[in-house]
Design a binder for this molecule. Structure first.
Ligand code: 13P
Length: 280
């Protein structure tokens, strides 16, 4: 069933688990994610970034996801990832996305608050959940989010408390040392900052830059308030590498390549779903 993320994130937050939010941009990535979720019997967030409007329109995305989710036994949230463009956010809500992320993290605090609050009013009136961001992630290798010169700005816990109270946001993305893309060196994940935010906020927190983050750190983050984790780069990287290997010695029919790609996507997603279940 297609749903917003509120119930699934609240349950995950209470149970100290996280829901995976996996980026998709074609039918193969979407179906690979949904098959993995069904296999693991877990709710899932399928996340579409505005960069991928070159691949599919918002209406096409909504139609395909609604059709693919209808026959599944799991809850599926259709989420608009990082979007700083209010017109696209409102279009996504009109198209039937069940969740949106307004990303005003590059703006001055008060402007980010004002825009996020406006998005929350419109989204909530339509039953759509909202994620926003405070602080910003650095760019790693092969990142498909943000820009190559993005630098780390850690989320300030006091600012996060004020931001959540003023906006009414359902979930907040925090910056604690993960990067978008693959890590260039050893990750320095600031669980101390996360703990301070979680102690005062009491809403589900979101970790961007899931790809390549060490498993023990991910679990520590989940135990301290992270209830949604985004993964993009590793799904693409793994699938492209395996597709290259598949095509090295044979030239299969394109339909066979598509089926294999769904399987590659599922393999990565299932690995992350096992980690996000946070079994000790
Ligand atoms: P990665 O590409 O590092 O997994 O990050 C994905 C992400 O944060 C999407 O919003």
């Amino acid at each position: 069933m297609l749903t917003n993320f509120n119930a699934m994130l609240q349950t995950a937050y209470q149970q100290k688990k996280a829901i995976g939010s996996f980026n998709f941009y074609n039918y193969e990535t979407l179906k690979g994610i949904l098959q993995a979720a069904e296999e693991k019997e877990t709710p899932v967030i399928v996340s579409f970034g505005k960069k991928y409007l070159a691949n599919m329109t918002l209406d096409e995305v909504r139609a395909i996801v609604a059709a693919a989710a209808r026959t599944r036994k799991i809850d599926v949230c259709l989420h608009l990832d990082h979007c700083n463009n209010l017109d696209i956010i409102y279009q996504a809500i009109r198209s039937g996305f069940t969740s949106v992320m307004y990303d005003g993290s590059a703006l001055p605090f008060e402007e980010n608050v004002a825009n996020t609050k406006r998005v929350c009013e419109v989204a909530h009136a339509n039953g759509v959940s909202v994620e926003a961001e405070l602080g910003s992630l650095a760019a790693g290798e092969a990142s498909h989010e943000g820009s190559a010169d993005d630098v780390e700005v850690y989320t300030n816990p006091d600012a996060a408390k004020e931001f959540a109270a003023k906006t009414g946001v359902d979930a907040l993305a925090v910056s604690i040392g993960t990067v978008h893309g693959l890590y260039k060196g050893t990750p320095n994940i600031r669980v101390d900052i996360l703990k301070s935010i979680n102690e005062t906020l009491h809403i589900p927190l979101v970790l961007h830059g899931g790809s390549g983050t060490p498993e023990e750190k991910v679990k520590e983050c989940i135990s301290n308030g992270i209830a949604k984790i985004n993964v993009n780069t590793e799904i693409s990287d793994y699938t492209v590498q395996h597709t290259k290997a598949l095509l090295a010695n044979e030239t299969p029919h394109l339909s066979v390549v598509a089926l294999k790609q769904m399987q590659y996507v599922s393999e990565v997603v299932e690995k992350y779903m096992d980690i996000f279940a946070n079994k000790q």
